[in-house]
Every structure is written in structure tokens, then in C-alpha cells.
Design a binder for this molecule. Sequence first.
Ligand SMILES: *Cc1c(COP(=O)(O)O)cnc(C)c1O
Length: 235
Amino acid sequence: MSVAENLARVREQIENAARRAGRNPNDITLVAVSKTFPVQAVLEAYQAGARDIGENRVEEAREKIPEVNRQLNEGKLRWHLIGHLQRRKAREGIAWFDVIQSLDTLRLAETMNRHAVAAGIQVPVLLQVNIANDPQKFGFAPEPRAALWREMEKIAALPGLRVQGLMTIGPLVATAEQARPYFRGLRVLRDELAARFINVEWRELSMGMTDDYAVAIEEGATIVRIGRAIFGQRG
Ligand SMILES: *Cc1c(COP(=O)(O)O)cnc(C)c1O
């Protein structure tokens, strides 16, 4: 199957899941996750209509993004960082990516803010939440809520960041259905934040990958991040 055929099938499944949930499919952004795949694969995705591309490492981004942009004459794609960003690479992360979906600590937020302010820009970010409390995963702990509110208060006040919502990686489970309570938990948390911090957008819920995006959409995902179903198995 070609990237174009795969994309068409994924789009159809996104529409089906949105309809089942009584949602407008246009409210869901598909981020094509090209990590480990070459520039050519990203160009194929672009030709097939993809406009949002996800990468998880700065090292890979610095090889790929300038080359893709050069071939497309710049500015045609929105690049999303979806993997952990070390603070010492924060400045470079901001430079390559249009959206940082993996903002996972207050300290990283403060470092990013410093670089953004120095550059005179405001960086769109999503806050990554470790919704299943998985010790192997990055992200803000959802509990206790009081501690999370204190951190959010500080992040919401940083002038160099524009918080747009939350991101999570579903737990590794046998069936997608088993991930549902965690996706629902992220939506509940988002609604609580929206009630508490009314000057922040909180629009986006980035959740759902190849194995579980239909369930995530039923639970309110506005962004799905899909790699294998578009580009094939990673080596
Ligand atoms: C790799 C990755 C994805 C895409 O995963 P697939 O299972 O290939 O769809 C989505 N989100 C994050 C954070 C990833 O690292």
C-alpha cells in the first residue's frame, strides 16, 4: 500500500469514528508521524494532502526538516514535536518545530519561555500528561490535582508560551477499548483546567495513535498522531 492509499484509509476511519461520536470530522487534525522514515516519505504524504507532520527527536528533525522545507519551498507543513525534549535542546526544538506537543515539566516550560522571549516569539505548546501514571513515560502527573494546578498557574503566566491543550500517550494495552478510560480521563482533566484557567485556550486534546485513534476520537480527541498506519512498520 502506498502512503497515499494509507492516508485515504486513515482519513476514512477518522470520519467514521467522528460520525459515531456525533462529531464533525473537520474538528480533528491528523498528524502524520514520520519518525524513522526518510524525507521522501514526508514528501509523499505532502502530495497526498498531509499538512501536519510529527517527529519525536530534535536530532532527526535537524536532518529532515530543512531538506523537506527546501524541496517544498518552505512553510507548507506544520511540524509537531511529539517526543521528550531535553532542556539543553529547548532552543533548537523551538527553532525547528511549529508546535511542541511534549511539554512535560515546569522546568522545561521555563527554559522554553526564556528562549522564546529572547527570540521575540510565542511558542504554541501542548502539555503532556502521564494519564496512566506509567513510570516509563514522561508527562505531568494528573494527581494530586492541587499540585498540578500550582504548576499550571506558573506555566499559564509565561509570556513566551501559548498553551493550547493537552497531549497524552495511551497505555500499552491488549485492545484499544482498554485505553478508553484514560482518554476519557484526559478529557475530564482538560474540562477541569478550562473551568479553572479561563484565559488559556485548552482547545486541543492530542490523543490516539495507530492502534487506538478511533477510541480516542470517540472520547474527544482533536489531534491524532498516526505513524505506522500511514508509513508502515518501523524498522
Ligand atoms: C511514534 C509516536 C506516535 C505514532 O505511533 P504509531 O503507533 O506509529 O501510530 C504517536 N505519538 C507519539 C508520542 C509517538 O512517539
